[in-house]
Design a protein around this ligand. Structure first.
Ligand SMILES: [Cu+2]
Length: 144
């Protein structure tokens, strides 16, 4: 029975219900969200993400500072063993800078996620309208 051994090596992380925020015509940035499920018995971290739809992709979180929610770049997003980490509006997210074109609801983008165990997942991420998050601002944007 050759071949059964390595099958699970790439499946330690499962990407559940991914989605990206739809943008108005001139918005340069957006974000992607999802639930990352770690089915393995060791902690794994999301360390990198990329998509052809954006010029630059970063991993971000929100922190509350002086009563204001601010975004901050993080080196990695940890997913503990036998656990899940939720990326959602107002929390952890995959930040998409310098969009190639507006993200239209009903379309999707290809998002590649790289994990600390060396595995890589490329996922089709549907674009959705997300209410209530339009006030997100970045201090390190291009200013346009
Ligand atoms: Cu962000």
């Amino acid at each position: 029975m050759i071949g059964a051994l390595s099958f699970n090596a790439m499946a330690a992380i499962e990407v559940v219900d991914p989605y990206a925020r739809a943008t108005p015509p001139n918005a340069p940035n957006s974000a992607a969200f999802m639930t990352l499920v770690n089915t393995s018995d060791k902690a794994i971290a999301l360390v990198e993400a990329s998509t052809p739809a954006a010029g630059k992709v970063e991993l971000h979180t929100h922190i509350k500072k002086d009563g204001m929610m601010k975004m901050r770049q993080v080196k990695e997003i940890a997913i503990e063993e036998q656990s899940e980490t939720i990326l959602k509006p107002g929390g952890l997210h995959v930040m998409l800078f310098d969009l190639e074109k507006p993200l239209n609801p009903g379309e999707s983008i290809a998002l590649t996620l790289v994990f600390s165990d060396g595995s890589k997942i490329t996922q089709n991420v549907p674009i959705r309208v997300i209410m209530g998050g339009a006030k997100m601002k970045h201090s390190n944007g291009s200013g346009q």
